[in-house]
Ligand binder design. Structure first.
Ligand code: SF4
Ligand code: SF4
Length: 455
């Protein structure tokens, strides 16, 4: 059965005059005229805003290209291998445990334009894809040389391979949240914590809460652990699986691998990892080993590791001197330990073959420190005599992690707060700002400001 509704309305005599005049207005075309004018102004101003924004964006993107061309990145960038030989290799460390693919893509784009030789990231397929997407997006803006993509793995427990974890529901309501402030990666977010009815009654110290550690942003620096007054933060460590890593290496978008090792404990975990990687390592252009300074035992363990690698090492190898891990963003002094490590290794004549590269605490002061020690872009000829080595620099280059992410991260944060999860090239003003920061750092090694060294 169909239902029918009808509305009958009558206009009372006192209102009939008003109804007639309203009708007259509606059928009069001039009644809508101001409305059309208003709509036209809105439409016109929107079109003009889009046009002006587009014009400004194109102008800013042109400034980005001009900046990169002015310092000569596309034309001067030698191959990553040549950079190692000359001593001006620069690696961006995204972080062995950092897995925020949006930031990683944007960071990779910015530092590719700035001329880095290598981008080091977590050994995870989606992270590797994000790095390569950033690189390709940069190369669509300008035909810069492609940096190598490196993945980081560990042979045993290692500071770089851990995550912080806590349950925000366990946190007392009156905690001032020092963990949030201590985190350099904005990986702790506590919001919406409201007292429950029990709290209001004074019977419970817990409340409804959201957030906690954003796992993909945590890179394991450990700064939140000691600041928690209630000891609520746990450390979760992990070891990357060798078989999964071997599969990843076989993809055609991974150029290099870095093995993080303690260098002091048993050599067996290193050997097992190397065996587990099997023939996949033959696809690589570079194998790096990252190790801390273990004093007198450093060189003997480097020699042992080299002996293990040598039979299947068909590419270049590099020793990453991890001075003070994950501390470059802390301040000027953080770089001292990596420089002291470099001084020690350069003086060691019995060290195994391989380029030397600084990391761990590296920042804008690292090059000045190397210069003071006479190690910046200096030839190796004094120390080794074989013909191949004579062309190489004493120190192949520098890897920047926390500091590099911090200076560009400020711009990425502002991009995200204004536009959400955005591609940085869609906002050229942000791209220009980020690129200026990146070039200022990379340029200290590449000597962009010195016309005699850039060509
Ligand atoms: S370990 Fe470091 S990065 Fe991770 S949550 Fe703690 S402070 Fe942040
Ligand atoms: S400092 Fe500790 S107790 Fe306080 S919010 Fe952070 S994790 Fe929770």
């Amino acid at each position: 059965m169909a239902l029918k509704f009808s509305i009958n309305a009558t206009i009372s005599p006192p209102n009939q005059g008003k109804a007639l005049s309203f009708q007259a207005l509606v059928i009069n075309p001039f009644f809508f005229f101001p409305f059309f004018i208003y709509k036209f102004i809105i439409w016109f101003s929107r079109v003009m805003t889009v046009k002006v924004n587009y014009k400004n964006s194109s102008k800013t993107l042109k400034n980005v290209k001009n900046l990169v061309n002015k310092i000569g990145v596309p034309s001067i960038a030698p191959s990553p291998h040549e950079s190692l030989q000359k001593g001006n290799w620069v690696k961006l460390i995204c972080g062995a445990s950092f897995e925020d693919v949006v930031d990683i893509r944007n960071l990779s784009l910015v530092y590719t334009l700035a001329g880095v030789d290598c981008i080091d990231c977590a050994a995870d397929a989606s992270v590797v894809s994000a790095v390569n997407q950033g690189i390709e997006a940069a190369r669509e803006i300008l035909p810069v040389r492609r940096p190598w993509t490196m993945i980081s793995v560990n042979d045993d427990e290692d500071l770089h391979f851990r995550k912080a974890e806590f349950d925000p529901d366990d946190c007392p309501l009156d905690c001032s949240r020092p963990c949030e402030k201590a985190c350099p990666a904005d990986a702790i977010l506590l919001e919406g914590k409201k007292p429950t009815a029990e709290v209001a009654n004074g019977t419970d110290m817990l409340g409804e809460s959201k957030g906690g550690v954003i796992t993909e942003r945590c890179y394991g620096c450990g700064r939140c652990f000691p600041v928690c007054p209630y000891n609520k933060i746990r450390e979760v460590t992990y070891v990357r699986d060798a078989t999964a890593t071997a599969q990843l290496v076989k993809r055609n978008d991974v150029d290099a691998i870095e093995i993080h090792t303690s260098g002091s404990r048993q050599i067996t975990p290193f050997e097992e990892l190397w065996d587990g990687l099997g023939d996949s390592v033959r696809n690589l252009r570079l194998v790096a080993v990252s190790l801390p300074n273990n004093g007198e035992t450093t060189i003997p363990s480097m020699n042992k590791m080299y002996t293990i690698m040598e039979p299947r090492l068909s590419c270049f190898n590099l020793w990453q001197l991890d001075g003070r891990p994950m501390s470059g963003d802390i301040g000027r002094g953080a770089t001292r330990e990596s420089i002291a490590f470099a001084v020690q290794l350069v003086a060691a004549k019995d060290r195994p073959p391989g380029f030397l590269q600084l990391a761990g605490g590296t920042n804008a002061h690292t090059v000045a420190g190397l210069k003071r020690e006479g190690l910046f872009r200096k030839s190796i000829t004094k120390h080794l005599t074989d013909e191949k080595s004579t062309a190489n620099a004493l120190i192949g280059g520098i890897a920047y992690g926390g500091y590099a992410r911090k200076i560009v991260g400020r711009v990425l944060n502002s991009l995200q707060s204004q536009h959400g999860l955005a591609l940085i090239e869609d906002h050229p003003d942000h791209l220009l700002e980020a690129l200026q920061e990146a070039i200022a750092l990379v340029g200290t090694v590449k000597c962009y400001d010195d016309p005699f060294l850039t060509h």
